[in-house]
Design a protein around this ligand. Structure first.
Ligand code: PAF
Length: 297
């Protein structure tokens, strides 16, 4: 696996990688890789001849009071993991390489960026959309893979690709990969490392309570009642604050007050200890099962 950190090196590496009409997949990341990222890389291997991974902790998507300086950076370990997972190229630009002096353009996907995480992290999705469009233009992949754990991010990136008629990748080649979970249902995240062992044990309630809410909604309970019970369960587990716990349409992220069987996503963001955890799940029967049973399906 080759590692490059300048646009000039990237250009040369891409020419070599794509020669002979080889197809290329891109997995954009911010590093601090875990099994969720490596699943994306392995899936990318199945979808394209060559796999590029970017690692860039993007300052533009962090708010003033967020964890930019504390965000874990471990390039040597990440690059070893990527090599083992079969990546061909690691694109790890510096901030100056990504945002040279005079950089001024911002990509906004209005509407989708104002709800859920967008309400609590103003400007976050502008930073995400801008850097992802830059990464797409820099690497020009045939396919790009993102974790479904960041459902709103995936939705916004797909909308951007559709609205701007992107060709590399085309909107249909932006692939969402299901969230990788621990045995107790907890979604893998680079931010889970901010939790103490005791907070980590309590945090598992988040996903358990989400499964219960999905079961209740599927069983005909009113959405408002199911969401109230979900919020109570999360707070009872010792979370300090809930940013949101909502049922939304899967593609347009519209609020759902009455569920009538349409594709829907239950999305939650809540704070415990030093971590802000997010999770989301489809309203489907398999999701209502306890994690152990779901894994066996
Ligand atoms: O999901 C992430 O890790 C980041 O938001 C992304 C897509 C790499 C953009 O910085």
């Amino acid at each position: 696996m080759q590692t490059v950190s300048t646009r000039a090196e990237l250009g040369k590496a891409l020419t070599a990688l794509k020669s002979g009409e080889k197809t290329l997949a891109l997995v954009p990341t911010m590093g601090a890789l875990h099994e969720g990222h490596l699943t994306l890389v392995r899936q990318a291997r199945r979808l394209a001849d060559r796999v590029a991974v970017s690692i860039f902790v993007n300052p533009m998507q962090f708010g003033a009071n967020e964890d930019l300086s504390a965000y874990p950076r471990q390039l040597a370990q990440d690059s070893r993991l990527l090599r083992e997972a079969g990546a061909d190229l690691l694109w790890a630009p510096t901030v100056a390489e990504m945002y040279p002096d005079g950089f001024a353009t911002t990509v906004t996907v209005p509407g989708l960026d104002r709800v859920l995480c967008g309400m609590h992290r103003p400007g976050h999705f502008d930073g995400v959309a801008t850097v992802v469009l830059k990464l797409f233009n820099q690497v020009r992949p045939d396919v790009a893979l993102f974790g479904e754990k960041d459902w709103q991010q995936l939705t916004i990136i797909r909308r951007m690709a559709r609205d701007l008629d992107l060709a590399s990748p085309h909107v249909d080649a932006i692939i969402g990969v299901p969230t990788v979970r621990e045995a107790d249902g907890m979604a893998l995240s680079s931010r889970n490392r901010y939790l103490s062992p005791e907070e980590r044990a309590r945090a598992a309630t988040l996903n358990r309570a989400m499964r219960a809410a999905i079961g209740a909604i599927l069983g005909g309970e009113a959405v408002g009642c199911a969401l109230d019970a979900l919020r109570r369960a999360i707070m009872a587990a010792g979370f300090q604050r809930i940013d949101y716990a909502e049922l939304r349409t899967a593609d347009t992220l519209d609020d759902i007050v009455e569920w009538k069987g349409q594709p829907a996503r239950l999305l939650v963001a809540a704070h415990i200890g030093k971590a802000r955890l997010i999770d989301n799940m489809a309203v489907e029967p398999a999701m209502a099962l306890v994690p152990e049973a779901a894994a066996a399906v």
